[in-house]
Design a protein around this ligand. Sequence first.
Ligand code: FAD
Length: 331
Amino acid sequence: MILVFVETGATGATEVSLECATFARALADRTDGPVHAVVVGGERPDVLVGELGRYGVAAVHHVTGDAFSAYGGGAWATAVGTVREAIDADYVLAPGTPRGMEVLAHLGARLDVPMAANVVAVTDSGANETGPLVVTRQVLGGAVLEEMNMSERPVLLTVAGHAVEARHAADPAPPAALRELTAEVADIDLVARVTATEPVEADRSGALTSSPVVVGAGRGAGGPDGFDGVVELAELLDAALGVSRVVTSLGWRPHHEQIGQTGSRISPELYIPCGISGAIQHWAGCASSKTILAINTDENAPMVTKATYAVIGDMAEVVPAINAEIRRRRS
Ligand SMILES: Cc1cc2nc3c(=O)[nH]c(=O)nc-3n(C[C@H](O)[C@H](O)[C@H](O)COP(=O)(O)OP(=O)(O)OC[C@H]3O[C@@H](n4cnc5c(N)ncnc54)[C@H](O)[C@@H]3O)c2cc1C
């Protein structure tokens, strides 16, 4: 039995959750188990049930209660753990997002089993249900792949963004069954909770980890007023905007836009870092980008030497020129 922690957004399951369900289906084919999903908090997920059914999910467990009205890693881990125990799941999967990581890390600590983060493939599913599961996972932001033997049960793993393409099941299953339940949460698990959020709609950063195109900006932007060009480029390409740590440390842009070891890890089809040197800590967060187009004044900058393509020049001139050309061609 496989359980998938599904995150939801305004339009249903997030793309990375659907990728995770697709990954779970492939694992189910090798381990002979049905795929169930757990959704925590929110309204009754009727639409989601139909959607997840198309991805091969047999049942959706919806955990509700006051403790789940706001996100808290400890409380949500209790919800996922309660469902896991109820259905006796041998595998628990979550998207490789900050929440997916946090929830499974809590669960792993409680169950005293390891968790494999940022898994991209199941290399060997073992001779039987009790044999070790061998997974391949990204480390150092995708710069290195390592194999990990998971010999204990339950197996806990997060699936790296874009490790697989979200796909409907070949034989559409009937809509998933919906099971409503609640879970007892200890007071200690309610200590750290999200009690207020700032709207981030205007800055396009919510899609940083899932957007197929990301525009990045670093110190080369020159100051807090130097981002107009990259913001416009992101809008023209329907891309997310990400930045280096220098930019967030100087307060030029908010921290949630940071890419890197201490920020978000991205793996878009196209990453366009502008005025970013490509320090190892930044590279750790963008190394698995499929194509990189660097814009930088220094032809020897690490980002330029590692990029697929590079434009050597001042981003204050190059980026507006690209924007003007995109607008010209579209008109
Ligand atoms: C523990 C730790 C964790 C860290 N975590 C992160 C992290 O998560 N993410 C992160 O990004 N960093 C992180 N850092 C910081 C990292 O080491 C670098 O300092 C940082 O990434 C540099 O940011 P930058 O590339 O914007 O600036 P710089 O290194 O100063 O590079 C600026 C680049 O812009 C180019 N440039 C300058 N002017 C222009 C222009 N007009 N047009 C075009 N190009 C121009 C320059 O040639 C240069 O290549 C971390 C550091 C530590 C110690």
